[in-house]
Design a protein around this ligand. Structure first.
Ligand SMILES: [Zn+2]
Length: 70
């Protein structure tokens, strides 16, 4: 079952809510102030993968000497 991240539009409280059906999304209320105006956070894992993909071309400088990890 999907768990969505929400942010309250009234007080800015962030919380997780278990949503079994799409119909339940309209019933989600802020646990802090009870406001029904909540925004669903959009999870964007593609941002992280895009950054790592761009960094794949980067080769860290190798130090033959004085390496603390050798
Ligand atoms: Zn709130």
């Amino acid at each position: 079952m999907p768990i969505y991240d929400f942010e309250c539009a009234a007080c800015g409280k962030r919380f997780d809510e278990l949503v079994r059906r799409v119909d339940d999304l309209v019933d989600v209320r802020c646990p802090e102030c009870g406001a029904s105006e909540v925004r669903r956070e959009v999870s964007a894992p593609s941002i992280g993968s895009g950054a790592s993909g761009a960094g794949s071309d980067y080769t860290p400088p190798r130090r033959a000497t004085c390496s603390p990890f050798s």
